[in-house]
Design a protein around this ligand. Structure first.
Ligand code: NAP
Length: 534
């Protein structure tokens, strides 16, 4: 019998294991992948990179790890993040407590014994007093339902479970489906070696061109010496990333003039100086729908300065407000469309009818391919828990509870009706809108404190109250009621609207990291009033 079972060995699971073991709690981790890293283990597609700076996209709990690990690039690529998470795992001696290639199928709470009975897909069983679901925010891919997909005779590649040995695109005819963060990052790299890439775009992206770079000699060491200040400023930053990463050009938008009041010459000057970001960085864009529409038009002008073919530039200009979807970064996305070997297929003009052995049939004809590369997104935040057979004391399935009552949590830490089950990086937390590493550290520290409190008071169970959960849900609803993300026609994973049948609701806490931190600290200081200990 375990004290705690952690599901998932991504960055949250790794830290949870360390934090629990340090407190003497008998803990095991079950992980579906063959290595640690979660999202950073699976998404090893060409171009995969974090949009925050490495100095901030790193654990803060261990000065030793800060001192011993060196980042080589300003914004870390997937391979370096995966290597970092492996380093942390081994440095802390965690590997022996992780069971890899083990997927959890069911978790049933036994109210008489106050334990979770956990069954894996292989049929192995574990018992634990507490479970922490560190199952990831963007860990369940959605494959599109295109007729004939399985009949394709070439190679079907899924960005979210990309082969470890990679794929050689040299001389290949490639279809890239999806232009979210993943597709936009992958295109410039695919285009360098493929014979031809057809980009199948359903919605045009708002994407901020950014270039990363290797640190200059001594640059990283100077930053590392300044870790205490960097961590302190992160804690004050809304996104838990004070240096703003790839979004630096937008970070000071609130201090800039209003687009509605800018002259033609001022708008042109903004594009001259800041390129794409110059279309979006005005103070009124997120608050005023008219300014947002003006920004959309200006964005189109910025795109047409890069993309030479006017019809392609027009198709690459979004037809929805900025702020609907999570902003994207790219390194050469628009420039790729100036290459002879890249063609845009606008699915709003030319839909996919079916996939056949030799390629893709659209309403305009058949295009032959050697590779179809799917970058079609995730069933975010609730997807991972939804796929496990989770039953609380009344045997009610979690997914039924979510379907009938709507998805909810208290503080992004627990779900009422499911005692002793904690969640990390899932619904109700701030991670979709902030640097996920500090958010996970904060959530796990709070969970560990909650578990220790239960044990110190000889309580068998701890469970968020339905009232506290309802209040948390109302607070979030109130905060997002005027949000652009929920405006009609907006579709995105962060409101669940990319998954057929999923309730259209904002699933994350939008108040920013510092306020979230204060709420969790207050909850702990006051003895966890939103939880019932029994
Ligand atoms: P995504 O943002 O949901 O984008 C999925 C893309 O696939 C969209 O363009 C979508 O079109 C399209 N699509 C979905 N189903 C389709 C279908 N049946 N036919 C044609 N197109 C289809 O997913 P993602 O790109 O994987 O990114 C998800 C999130 O992961 C990001 O927002 C970000 O938080 C994270 N991420 C971050 C980084 C980074 O840090 N740089 C990199 C990758 C991912 P619609 O827009 O019309 O739905």
């Amino acid at each position: 019998m375990l004290d705690v079972l952690v599901v998932g060995a991504g960055l949250s699971g790794i830290y949870a294991l360390h934090a629990l073991r340090s407190r003497g709690l008998k803990t095991r981790v079950l992980e579906a992948g063959a290595g640690v890293g979660g999202t950073w283990f699976w998404n090893r597609y060409p171009g995969a990179r974090c949009d925050l700076e490495s100095i901030e996209y790193s654990f803060s709990f261990s000065p030793e790890i800060e001192a011993e690990w060196s980042w080589s690039e300003l914004m870390p690529p997937q391979a370096e993040i995966e290597a970092y998470l492996n380093f942390v795992t081994d440095r802390l001696g965690l590997r022996d407590a992780i069971r890899f290639e083990t997927k959890v199928a069911a978790m049933h709470f036994d109210p008489a014994a106050a334990v979770w009975n956990v069954r894996t897909e292989d049929g192995d069983e574990y018992q634990a007093q507490f479970v922490i679901a560190a199952t990831g925010m963007l860990s369940v891919p959605i494959d599109p339902a295109i007729s004939g997909m399985e009949s394709f005779a070439g190679v079907s590649v899924y960005a979210s479970r990309y082969p470890r040995d990679g794929i050689d695109f040299t001389g290949k005819r490639v279809a890239l489906i999806g232009t979210g963060s993943t597709g936009v990052q992958a295109l410039p790299i695919l285009a360098r070696s493929a014979r031809h890439v057809h980009v199948f775009q359903r919605s045009a992206a708002y994407t901020l061109p950014t270039t990363t770079r290797v640190f200059a000699p001594g640059e990283f060491e100077a930053l590392r010496n300044n870790y205490p200040d960097i961590r302190a400023s992160q804690r004050q930053a809304r996104a838990a990333a004070a240096r703003n990463g790839a979004f630096a050009a937008l970070a000071f938008a609130a201090e800039r003039p209003k687009l509605r009041e800018a002259s033609e010459a001022e708008r042109k000057a903004a594009l001259d100086e800041f390129g794409i970001a110059g279309a979006l960085y005005w103070s009124d864009v997120m608050a005023d729908p008219i300014a947002n529409e003006m920004a959309r038009e200006l964005y189109g002008q910025a795109v047409s300065r890069i993309v030479r073919d006017p019809a392609t530039a027009e198709r690459l200009t979004p037809r929805y407000p900025f702020g609907c979807k999570r902003p994207i970064i790219d390194d050469g996305f628009y420039e790729a469309f100036n290459r002879e070997n890249v063609t845009l297929v606008d699915l709003q003009e030319e839909g996919i009818q079916r996939i056949v052995p030799k390629g893709i049939v659209t309403t305009r004809g058949t295009i032959d391919f050697d590779v179809i590369f799917y970058a079609t997104g995730f069933d975010a935040l609730t997807g991972a828990l939804d796929r496990i057979d989770i039953r609380g004391p009344s045997s009610r399935l979690l997914r039924d509870a979510w379907r009938e009552d709507g998805p909810g949590s208290y503080l992004g830490l627990q779900i009422a009706g499911f005692p002793n089950l904690f969640i990390v990086g899932s619904l109700g937390g701030p991670g979709a809108l902030a640097n996920v590493i500090p958010c996970s550290e904060l959530q796990i520290d709070t969970i560990v404190e909650c578990i220790e409190r239960a044990r110190a008071h000889d309580c068998d169970t701890v469970e968020a109250t339905a009232l506290a959960q309802a209040d948390w849900g109302e607070l979030i609803s109130e905060m997002v009621k005027d949000s652009i993300a929920l405006s009609p026609g907006c579709n995105s994973w962060w409101i669940g609207s990319n998954v057929p049948g999923k309730p259209r609701t904002f699933l994350s806490y939008p108040g920013g990291y510092p306020e979230y931190r204060r709420k969790l600290e207050r909850e702990a200081e006051e003895g966890f009033p939103g939880f019932e200990f029994a």
